[in-house]
Design a protein around this ligand. Sequence first.
Ligand code: S3P
Length: 433
Amino acid sequence: MKYVIEPGGRLSGDHRVPGDKSMSHRAVMLGALAQGTTEVSGFLEGEDALATIAAFRSMGVPIEGPVDGQLTVSGVGLSGLTPPSGPVDLGNAGTGMRLFAGILAGQPFDSELVGDVSLMKRPMGRVIEPLTKMGAVIAAESGGTPPLLIKGGQPLRGVHYDLPMASAQVKSCVLLAGLYARGRTSVTEPAPTRDHTERMLRGFGYTVDHVNGVIGLDGGGELTGTQIDIPADVSSAAFLMVGASIAPGSDVVLRHVGMNPTRVGVINILTLMGADITVLEPRDVGGEPVADLRIRYAGLRGIDIPEDEVPLAIDEFPALFIAAACAEGTTTLRGASELRVKESDRIAAMAEGLNTLGIDNQPTPDGIIIEGGRLGGGAVNTYHDHRIAMAFAMAGLCATQTIEILDCDHVATSFPGFAELAARAGLKLVAYP
Ligand code: S3P
């Protein structure tokens, strides 16, 4: 599928983007491993989270739905999974593979984790290392890439692990393995990362402490089924936040957006750039902060992005680079080398697309320098990365010529219905099969 975006337009209306991807994965995972039933609403019916459902079904977990974001998971308990009949395919989902590695390292049966072309190239050494310290036995390709062959029946022991990189997936992998370990498992992180695993474990009745930067739990407990209302994904909302900020005359409201403090870097960074974002009716929904957001057009200016915001906005940089391209002056990003190992090398993919559109930029090993300017048009490669596709779609609002975005199928991994919602909001986008 490709998108063709005619230049101009503005965003308006009242919208709710699909459910949070990180929380959707975790709701199914903890629901499957809990005793009793878990009812989920607001579930993201995107391919990544659907792959997690399929994986648990293949290990004997009855799951009904999703229908209109509603899901019923009949938990089998921490020891109730059955061996999958073949390799467990997690599609495009790094979160799926890394969190499953932690869960499956503690099972009595062998398993094999695979994914699509993008996932098969992503680094898994970062989870193999701590899991091996805990006693797991895992084989991968020589470069630490999938498939992961996880040997069953290995007793795990609790360890303390200092995360070498700010990664919620690695933290979550270790904590999930810790559920199966003897004794205490704990981690420290170089910078705070999204804490949905910790919050959701508590929601399932499991004690997780966080004292002086050390996050820990004791193995051998039990999870109890619960109800989970998943908010709209702030990472999906980010595209519309940027679109409304760069397109003169825009005024949009985004409903029920997850406002977890470990996820709102995009709002902080856009605000520093001069964006006009109002937080309406902040509230707590099942242990996660949620709000409605109103975003109105505002002329943006380039900034030096504070490094402490980087892990809090890690998935939003493709969208933020488009904001920087439309801003007045220079935007500089440092300390973001993790962007090179996402669904694509997002620094390289964005730099290439910005060049196509005539925006001066200088990629660096851990970031990029972008000079705001006048966006032209042209054909942009997405490298099969959903967020690259959606970011360049928003660029159409500020462009002077038509933008064609190639290979947009992966948008469905995180934002099913993106093309329809964006067009309804005012983007001049047509999707071609
Ligand atoms: C995620 C963590 C982040 C993020 C990803 C989702 C999660 O990855 O980029 O989209 O759900 O834990 P890292 O842990 O690699 O930073």
